[in-house]
Design a protein around this ligand. Structure first.
Ligand SMILES: [Zn+2]
Ligand SMILES: [Zn+2]
Length: 126
């Protein structure tokens, strides 16, 4: 049984001494290890090309994962409303507002603002 090179990613390593094997030249059917003389058939590299070709399949799942993360972030900001309110810290005219109802109706409500620009937070009692 001949031993074949160890494949790590798109690289081939000599099974006898672990040396990185160089790519076969055009027209060559085998690659000889510079360290120990191990002969690796060039067909081992053809298999690697197949692996490379199937790689794009890995991208859709990666994109799907990214989309899932974005949805989560969106859901977290769902109850935040963007309003025109002047930031007391930097003077920016846009802030996220969130209304919080206090225990009794007499106490009214408190609106929490967060500056879109500098993330400064403040609140206003109604
Ligand atoms: Zn070797
Ligand atoms: Zn601000």
């Amino acid at each position: 049984m001949p031993r074949y090179a160890d494949k790590i990613g798109s690289l081939l390593f000599c099974p006898d001494c672990g040396t990185l094997l160089s790519l076969p030249q055009d027209g060559e059917f085998e690659v000889v290890c510079e360290q120990c003389g191990h002969v690796e058939p060039a067909s081992s590299y053809e298999n690697i090309e197949i692996v490379t070709r199937s790689e794009p399949d890995a991208f859709p799942s990666a994109l799907r994962q990214k989309r899932k993360t974005q949805t989560k972030v969106h859901a977290a900001n769902e109850d935040l409303l963007k309003v025109t309110e002047k930031c007391p810290e930097c003077g920016h005219m846009e802030a996220y507002s969130k209304e919080a109802q206090l225990r009794s109706a007499d106490e009214g409500s408190t609106i929490f603002y967060t500056c879109v620009k500098c993330k400064f937070g403040w609140r206003v009692n109604n």
